[in-house]
Write a new protein. Structure first.
Length: 272
């Protein structure tokens, strides 16, 4: 056994939390729970904060949970946009249409104003579904353009460039990775903090053992007896090294639940 205090990063709990976060993202994407979105995300934040606290990040668990929830919710939203684009690509029909009406959202301070366009096919029929929407005024009445229309009239028509879901998929993936990255960062931070605590405990117990070896009286056989349960951060080998530094040897046999130290011993605990 090594002289140093061993420490293991809580990999398994961190992987479990990451899997839980991914499951929530996928579940919120596939389930149509619009009316329960806010309560469900709040409940998710509470559960996540409790799970992160178990990693040891007690003070920053709430902030970490909020960050993960916000990035997860954003990922679900962007994935929803990608779903509409993918659906339109799958069942949509490409048509040539003419802009017959255009308008912008009312001005609201510095908020951007979307532009909306009513379209008609070349046969005079209206393109089904909501109006075509852009974030800026790019088309004029009378302009002809190619769009993908939704035969079910559920999705707004989009140009072939708008219906490309690559950007949304990449954005959603980046947000999901940010959420998982936050969990990894908190896990590493907690591991370092716990290691620092362990190192401090070891140093304190080493000093306590040195003091005990200097001051404890020897028994009738000349041994100084130490109870190992008083030094949980130290191994028997580490205790032997500290004893050797003070001029004592550590008995390896016949300890009966105690560490025994003396200037000469029958069988010495190896130092290396």
């Amino acid at each position: 056994m090594s002289d140093e205090v061993t420490h293991r990063t809580p990999v398994i709990p961190a992987v479990g939390i990451g899997a839980y976060v991914l499951a929530v993202i996928v579940g919120m994407y596939f389930l149509d729970l619009s009316a329960l979105q806010i309560p469900l995300w709040l409940a998710h934040a509470v559960v996540l904060a409790l799970l992160i606290r178990r990693l040891g990040a007690k003070q920053s668990s709430t902030y970490a949970a909020l960050f993960v929830v916000l990035t997860s919710a954003s990922a679900v939203y962007v994935m929803g946009l990608a779903r509409d684009d993918l659906t339109l690509q799958q069942r949509g029909e490409k048509v040539t249409a003419t802009v017959v009406k255009e308008w912008q959202d009312p001005a609201e301070g510095r908020k951007g104003r979307d532009s909306h366009y009513t379209l008609r096919r070349q046969d005079g029929t209206r393109v089904p579904g909501p109006p075509l929407t852009t974030t800026s005024d790019v088309y004029d009445v009378g302009q002809t353009l190619t769009v993908i229309e939704d035969p079910d009239a559920e999705l707004a028509p989009e140009t072939p460039g708008q219906a490309n879901a690559t950007a949304e998929i990449l954005g959603a993936s980046a947000l999901a990775l940010a959420a998982l990255g936050a969990i990894g960062w908190m896990t590493r931070k907690s591991a370092r903090k716990e290691k620092d605590v362990d190192t401090g405990a070891q140093a304190a117990q080493e000093e306590k053992l040195r003091e005990a070896l200097r001051t404890y009286p020897a028994d009738r056989r000349g041994y100084i007896k130490i109870h190992p349960e008083d030094y949980p951060a130290l191994t028997h080998q580490r205790a032997a090294r500290i004893a050797w530094e003070t001029g004592l040897r550590t008995e390896a046999a016949g300890n009966r639940g105690s560490w025994r130290f003396k200037e000469t011993v029958v069988e010495e605990v190896p130092l290396d």
